[in-house]
Write a protein that binds this ligand. Sequence first.
Ligand code: PMP
Length: 445
Amino acid sequence: ARLVAGLDTARSADLFDAACKLIPGGVNSTARATWSGWSPYPLFVESGQGSRLRDVDGNEYIDYLLGLGPMIFGHRPARVTQAVVDFIQSRGTVFALPTADEARLAQKIIDAVPSVEQVRLCNTGTEAVLYATRLARAFTKRNKIIRFEGMYHGFSDGVYWSKHPSIDKAGPDDRPIPVPQGPGMPKGVEENLIILPWNDAQVLADVIAREGDSIAAVLTEPVMCNTGCILPKPGYLEAMRELTQKHGIVLIFDEVITGFRLGLAGAQGRLGIRPDLSVFAKGIGGGFPVAAMGGRADIMALVANGTVSMAGTYSANGIAISAANAALDELATPGLYAKLDAVSDELRLGLAKVLRDAGLPAYVVGIGPLMQVWFAKEEIHNYRDAERHADQEIFRRWWQGMLSKGVLFHPGAYENLFVSTAHTHADVAATLDAARHVAADLART
Ligand code: PMP
């Protein structure tokens, strides 16, 4: 095929064929693969600028994929890009010794997020989660981690379980059995995992009452962003906080997507919950690879005294710290989040209205610049709800229709739409125009 969604994508097709001979699957991350929805092949990118992305065939899109979240300022953010260029040209990249810039960055993160008393820097969310879970186990001297079906916390052996399992093979609703993301996971890891349905405080309370003494941590996204977008039920995170506190369990918020996106203090600031440890990545670096893990000083003390090792040749490298320092300065611009929210709300409410007016069984779930459309009649509060009720086929047609009109989302119903500070009211208006046509088509067929 030389067409995707009716667009001429011949060069992408050629580049993909050539890449597949050299790179398994033709891509360097699963979410770009054909089996993640980019079929018959992913679009190959020429460049991005602000809210726009251009593919190698010259098609231009309003971009809500945004690199899967990091491009909070849109593509090529001038301030961040300049800071990185200046740093690497005038100072260097990797020294294996600290710089003053690291403490300046740590101070900004600590000032922004009240639950973070100390912080360590690294490069990816995967790494940061690995550190957080190891630290929680060391601190509590317990082994088990509770994690929730349908979430994603990176691809390391310890947590790459029960992301999107086939639910008929994954045990009962209230106590799913751990399902590895694929073969190659070491045997025995699952003994240290408890998989639970999200958004069910009673199930959590029951498990903690029975097994709390062996549970090191509850690891959760504060807003579920890896099975579409699912908001916590009122009181759920509060119950989680109370239960973990009572049983000496470390509460880890994985804010890789929500951090510095839902506000300077992330989802925890917006929702008013104080976790023990937090993980940040995408939002922190304005598109450059940087991540952070931080929280309670008494827990971080185990890192300070070397009990728990967090190492990394590239941790706090020049690109990461200069990018993050500039990104956090930019994010601190007064009114920035209010404006980002206003444009995002316009999109969320606008899409909801378009889908409703077309008479489609669909709704939009989101918070600030993070949202997804669900094609479903029923409410979706956890992974199994999504598996049972969400219509993946119509989502795919929705994605294709929007792409054909120059609006780029991820083709997967379990991904998100991201909005950046570069997106304008005009971008949203153009998106809603496209959506009206696509929704009318979907309603007809
Ligand atoms: N946690 C969450 C919630 C994520 O969404 C992701 C990435 N999508 C990760 C962790 C892993 O981050 P990274 O890709 O930077 O390793």
